[in-house]
Design a protein around this ligand. Structure first.
Ligand code: FAD
Length: 336
């Protein structure tokens, strides 16, 4: 892309969306309740260096039953104690179900855990620089190991700001995901398109980012939804596979940039459009300059520095974006 209007070139900011009401902290992590695994399967498209599963948990009879929403997270408390002998802390996992659950009655929720597997490297001062032993994340591996019928301690839900609007038909949507960041969008898409009532007719685009095609998650489901619903468009950004011309594939923000003129510019320019971003920490640092460079800063960003707002967004430093650019209420970000 060559044309880069100043970051603040667009019209007056549009009103914030009215999000659906959501309950939080119905179950505290210190007093978790018992759920039971009803299904577990890989949700990856092919053989990959990562292991990511779709795990369904029955929460019927607990305060979570019927009271979680797509876009929220819930807590899992793994058994056992940490290196200091204290009970393991709760970990958060995005709910991958629609608000009506996997079962249509809000009794079974699902999530998308990725096994954390790595060689240990020093993370902070004082860590042994020679320690390269195997690091197995405590909770992610525990959840991925669970079998159908196993009990699991759950808490939550949490999150009130990454939700669908109360009246979804008033908006169009751009969902941007990397890796397990697809989890909330699975739930939201099922809710918008396959709910008990009439399917939402709004324009909905999902861009899913993955290093390789085999790393795509819920790919069959998403392709089926695209076939069934002409208003839903599924795009993939595969970053580590070469394109036919030999160039490396795009990251999510690069795909949005490349397709601004034929696809995303019209969508982003509408007052009714909402942007949701979920996945790897730092994703927003790539996307925000792209939004600003195409004149969408006023709609989706708050630039907390006049000097930065006057600059060509394509020359913004990552650190400036991190510290001085915030999303507006029309741009919802969940990164971890
Ligand atoms: P831990 O045992 O906690 O180990 C991970 C920790 O080890 C890191 O925090 C880091 O301090 C350290 N570490 C990491 N790499 C190395 C290394 N190479 N050498 C040394 N130390 C290292 N995860 C999902 O898989 N799916 C989801 O849907 C999901 N949703 C989330 C939603 C929210 C809102 C948040 C905040 C997080 C979400 N997570 C999700 C992340 C999840 O909460 C856990 O952080 C993740 O599963 C790792 O937990 P663990 O217990 O397996 O790893």
């Amino acid at each position: 892309m060559s044309d880069s209007p100043p970051a603040a070139a667009s019209a007056e900011p549009s009103p914030a969306p009215v999000l659906a009401p959501a309950e939080v902290n119905l179950v505290r992590p210190k007093e978790p309740v018992i759920g039971r695994v009803t299904a577990t399967k890989s949700c990856m498209r092919g053989k990959s260096a990562s292991f990511i599963r779709h795990v369904c948990i029955d929460v019927s009879g607990t305060p979570l039953e019927g009271r979680f929403r797509a876009g929220q997270s819930f807590g899992i408390v793994p058994p056992g104690t940490d290196a200091n002998g204290r009970p393991h802390a709760v970990r958060l996992y995005s709910i991958a179900s629609p608000s009506f659950g996997e079962d249509g009655a809000g009794k079974v929720l699902s999530t998308t855990p990725k096994r954390v597997i790595d060689e240990r490297t020093p993370q902070r001062e004082g860590d042994d620089p020679d320690d390269h032993s195997l690091l197995l994340g405590v909770c992610s591996n525990y959840v991925c190991d669970l079998r159908v019928g196993d009990e699991v301690r759950v808490a939550g839900p949490s999150g009130r700001s990454f939700l669908l609007p109360e009246d979804p038909s008033r908006h169009d949507y751009l969902f941007l995901a990397t890796g397990t960041g697809i989890a909330p969008f699975r739930g939201m898409l099922l809710e918008l398109l396959e709910g008990p009532g009439e399917a939402c007719r709004s324009e909905i685009h999902l861009v899913m980012g993955a290093p390789y095609t085999t790393d795509l998650l819920y790919d069959d489901l998403l392709r089926d939804l695209e076939r069934k619903h002409p208003n839903f468009h599924y795009h993939v950004a595969i970053s580590r596979e070469a394109r036919p011309d030999g160039r490396r594939g795009p990251y999510v923000h690069q795909l949005v940039d490349e397709r601004m003129h034929d696809t995303f510019g019209d969508l982003l320019g509408r007052d009714r459009t909402l942007v949701y971003l979920c996945g790897l920490k730092g994703m927003q640092v790539g996307l925000f300059p792209v939004l600003a460079a195409h004149g969408f800063a006023d709609a989706y960003l708050e630039i907390k520095d006049a000097g930065l707002a006057a600059m060509d967004p394509r020359s913004w430093e990552d650190d400036d974006v991190r510290k001085r650019v915030r999303p507006t209420k029309r741009c919802m970000v969940e990164v971890y």
